[in-house]
Design a binder for this molecule. Structure first.
Ligand code: SAH
Length: 398
């Protein structure tokens, strides 16, 4: 058996979730820790009788006290482990990158067997997020492995997500390998988009909506489109490419709207005169549009995470219901609503219930014509249902 820096002994019976290969060990499951592992150090997890269960990264500050790197007693956690695991994750996305698609997620944390590690490829640049103490401890090896597996010129770190503080980590952004090019541009579905890697949201672009942008593009022809929470205009540009008659795109971020405008300008085949951008609060603006009796044929609602955890679900549910109710009122007969939730605290069944309640109150007869999720480069490991954070419904109003 390969040695590690400490031993984490579980309480009796608490190895059960690990037997199902769930990769998280909560503080309440731990009997004792032998040795004094540093944050991020590799520990051997053993059951109450002392039998090996897993090898994991120790995270003394977080409620998720350890995250499993491997369930195999013979697997050493070293630089070669990250080289191998990252090469496998990159190879699995082989079919998602071509001349028409130059960006995709290449490492999706727990669902790729790499808890706390997210990496997105934008052409020659890879953006990495290290979100746990274990990921932080292997920063250099991870960056080198990403560079090696992709041949990227630059590996840029965006470890500035809120969850870092739960792990006792400060935020950090900047190049790890190479230098960021002055401007980063990607192609998705043959359309060009500008990505703000240094200051944009997440790692710069909502790659998880790639398949859904392609779906809505197919439904957009001739429709008056309202894109609420548009960020850098992903759905708007896809809808224009699909022949939308008009688009109104709303976001509260002026920077996001500026980025969206510059992306649209990169696509001269699209009619920019059909695109209106509005800096506003969506909750207020949907009410203004309703009061003016505006109507749309395709509405996209892709709000930020209202409920990062289940504890925040009740308040989030009210917010989701509010915007969906307003959207269903703004929808013309025969119109389509593409509505999303990326809240970990709200599962697909609850989300559909909330939207059903909104339809009832809006007095709208509506039917689900498609269930949507994150794109194929954002897998959900079967042993990690928490990975299914993005839920979407495509709804037709009668
Ligand atoms: N659909 C986008 C991603 C949306 S992310 C895409 O495919 O790229 C959520 C967006 O909502 C962010 O751009 C954020 O600036 C915006 N936002 C958050 N709260 C808002 C509010 N109350 N009103 C308007 N926009 C808001």
């Amino acid at each position: 058996m390969t040695r590690s820096n400490g031993v984490l002994r579980l309480k009796a019976g608490r190895e059960r979730s690990l037997a199902l290969r769930h990769p998280w060990i909560f503080s309440g499951a731990i009997q004792e820790v032998e040795g004094s592992p540093a944050p991020g150090a590799t520990v051997d997890v053993v059951d109450a009788a002392g039998a090996f269960v897993a090898r994991a990264a120790w995270s003394p500050v977080s409620q998720i006290r350890a995250r499993v790197w491997s369930f195999d007693a013979d697997t050493a956690i070293d630089a070669a482990f990250f080289t191998r695991s990252i090469a496998r994750a990159v190879a699995a996305r082989g079919g998602m990158l071509d001349a028409e698609h130059t960006a995709c997620r290449i490492v999706h944390a727990e669902s790729d067997g790499l808890p706390g590690i997210v990496a997105d490829r934008y052409g020659d640049t890879v953006v990495v997020q290290l979100l746990s103490a274990g990921a932080e401890a292997w920063r250099d090896a991870i960056a080198a492995a990403l560079q090696q597996a992709t041949g990227a010129r630059c590996v840029f770190e965006r470890s500035d997500a809120d969850v870092r503080s739960l792990e006792g980590l400060d935020s950090r952004t900047g190049p790890v390998i190479g230098a960021l090019p002055p401007e980063v541009e990607i192609v998705e579905g043959g359309l060009r988009y500008r990505v703000d890697i240094e200051r944009g949201q997440k790692t710069g672009f909502y790659l998880d909506q790639r398949d859904n942008r392609a779906i809505l593009r197919r439904y957009a022809a001739g429709r008056r489109v309202l894109n609420a929470f548009c960020y850098s205009g992903g759905f708007t540009i896809a809808a224009l490419a699909g022949g939308a008659q008009s688009t109104l795109s709303i976001d509260s971020s002026a920077d996001a709207l500026a980025l969206a405008r510059s992306s649209l300008a990169l696509n001269p085949a699209l009619d920019g005169a059909r695109a209106e951008w509005r800096e506003a609060d969506v909750f207020a603006e949907l009410r203004n549009l309703r009061d003016r009796a505006e109507q749309y044929d395709l509405i996209v609602l892709d709000p930020p995470k209202f409920a990062p955890t289940a504890a925040l679900a009740p308040r989030a549910a009210r917010a989701y219901k509010d915007i969906n109710l307003l959207a269903l009122k703004l929808l013309a007969a025969g119109g389509l609503l593409a509505t999303y939730s990326c809240s970990g605290g709200i599962d697909a069944a609850l989300f559909q219930k909330i939207v059903a309640g909104a339809a009832l109150d809006a007095k709208a007869d509506a039917a689900v014509i498609m269930h949507m999720g994150a794109s194929a480069d954002h897998p959900v490991a079967l042993n990690f249902p928490e990975g299914a954070y993005l839920k979407g419904l495509l709804i037709r109003k009668r």
